[in-house]
Design a protein around this ligand. Structure first.
Ligand SMILES: Cc1cc2nc3c(=O)[nH]c(=O)nc-3n(C[C@H](O)[C@H](O)[C@H](O)COP(=O)(O)O)c2cc1C
Ligand code: SF4
Length: 431
């Protein structure tokens, strides 16, 4: 049974939760004070390591391990980056924290700075979040007023500044190295790795990047201890996650739960079931970039181990629910149009592959599909995956391949009969 522990949403719902006084009444900066006055940077890093906190931006990389990649020398300039670009379809969890509890993010970044001896931080927020940018700007200036930022923070010897950078609205700028180029004022194009950000990041300096929700977990870990966190919920992805439920669901929204919640429990217990009491047809469990699940594959936990059993991943934990009226061909066309549009165009498999995938799927959807089209789709997906500079290629190919493999009969019906399945004609868009 999943736990409903409130770590990330504890202050949400209070009227002035983004204001520093109100946030401090709710415990904000207590963990930072504990870290700076009672712990060494090594102890802070060790506590995060014990917690087994995994990144919430999509790949689930262990956070403490990533921090430990930064050079140890104090004198070397190091930057921390907070990825607040949140542009993945179906994903809207970071915005909730940014707009309602920005001090939790700022506190998490400062604790990370203490653990890694970093000199400055950048919060990169997507252009379409003007309210979030305003709230963060105010919260950063309040943190300076209270001396949680600036020179010799609270007499600890730590000097640390945070700069807010606004993006211009491109999904690819959420990819870590494209984001770093964008901070530098360059085109948001991913860099070839290696070198990795820990040795060559923002302005060529060693940098660490984490998602908003990842940093927001850090204060609770320092306050309650790594062991407390490591024992919460799922073994492979401990702690709580903000699961975003959208699509054909009675109660869409964000649910803070441990990752041992099953897909079924999320949809039926927390989300209230399927809109219009229709049948569930499909679920994309981790934002739009992961393989889709059929209605028979939902009795698995929402962590990496659970979703692996059904060939998928937790990604950004944005759960997109589709009922029986959804035409899977049209839904996939919608998805692939997004990836084609957002491909930065640097690599041929991604640029041309997403384009040709869109053309083929569009033909099938229009009733102009041909025999052999499904093989072409699967072959294109195979030739994109693992052959690109950044994971956007895989992010486009993985859902595409799974739609065709898991709903093949529907795609075949479309090609043969040149129309949607009868029950899907009144389809409503879910993305
Ligand atoms: C196309 C693309 C878009 C991405 N968008 C985001 C995003 O909006 N937010 C985010 O945190 N990570 C995003 N990522 C993942 C980041 O590259 C990176 O892995 C993440 O910020 C690391 O943080 P974490 O270790 O805390 O998860 C994206 C990756 C790709 C390939
Ligand atoms: S995979 Fe796509 S988005 Fe990523 S670098 Fe290549 S072309 Fe650009």
């Amino acid at each position: 049974m999943a736990l409903e522990e409130k770590i990330l949403t504890a202050n949400i719902g209070k009227k002035t939760s983004s204001d520093i006084d109100s946030a401090m009444q709710g415990g904000a900066y207590e963990a930072l004070i504990k870290a700076l006055t009672k712990m060494t940077p090594e102890q802070v890093l060790n506590e995060v390591k014990i917690s087994n906190l995994k990144g919430r931006g999509g790949a689930g990389f262990p956070t403490a391990l990533k921090w430990s990649f930064l050079p140890k020398e104090k004198k070397k300039i190091k930057y921390l980056v907070c990825n607040a670009d949140e542009s993945e379809p179906g994903t809207f969890k970071d915005r909730l924290i940014i707009e309602n509890d920005p001090h939790k993010i700022i506190e998490g970044i400062i604790i990370a700075a203490y653990a890694t001896n970093a000199n400055a931080g950048f919060i990169y927020i997507r252009g379409e979040m003007p309210l979030g940018a305003k709230i963060l700007e105010k919260a950063i200036s309040q943190a300076y007023e209270r001396h949680f930022l600036g020179k010799n923070i609270m007499g600890s010897g730590l000097d640390f500044d945070i700069f807010l950078v606004r993006g211009a609205g491109a999904y690819i700028c959420g990819e870590e190295t494209a984001l770093m180029n964008s901070i530098e004022g360059k085109r948001g194009e991913p860099r070839i790795k290696p070198p990795f950000p820990a040795s060559y990041g923002v302005y060529g300096k060693p940098s660490n990047i984490n998602n908003v929700e990842t940093y927001a977990n850090v204060p609770a870990i320092i306050k309650n201890g790594g062991n407390w966190y490591a024992n919460l919920g799922s073994k492979d992805t401990p702690g709580t996650r903000l699961f975003g439920l959208s699509g054909h669901i009675k109660k869409p929204g964000i649910y803070e739960l441990t990752s041992d919640v099953t897909v079924r429990e999320l949809i039926f217990n927390y989300g209230g079931g399927i809109l219009g009491d229709k049948k569930l047809k499909a679920v994309i469990p981790g934002g739009s970039s992961v393989p889709v699940l059929t209605s028979n594959e939902i009795d698995v936990e929402m962590d990496s181990a659970g979703l692996k059993k059904v060939g998928s991943m937790p990604g950004s934990a944005g759960v997109i629910v589709m009922n029986e009226t959804v035409c899977m061909v049209k839904a996939l066309l919608n998805l692939i149009k997004f990836y084609e549009h957002e491909s930065c165009g640097q690599c041929t498999p991604c640029r041309e592959g997403t384009h040709f995938l869109r053309l083929i799927i569009e033909d099938i959807e229009k009733g102009e599909g041909k025999e052999g089209d499904l093989e072409k789709i699967l072959s294109l997906c195979k030739n994109i995956m693992g052959r690109t500079i950044c994971p956007l290629g895989d992010a486009a190919a993985m859902p595409c391949e799974s739609f065709v493999k898991k709903f093949r009969e529907e795609f075949e019906y479309h090609i043969k009969e040149k129309k949607c399945l009868p029950e899907t004609i009144k389809m409503t868009t879910v993305f």
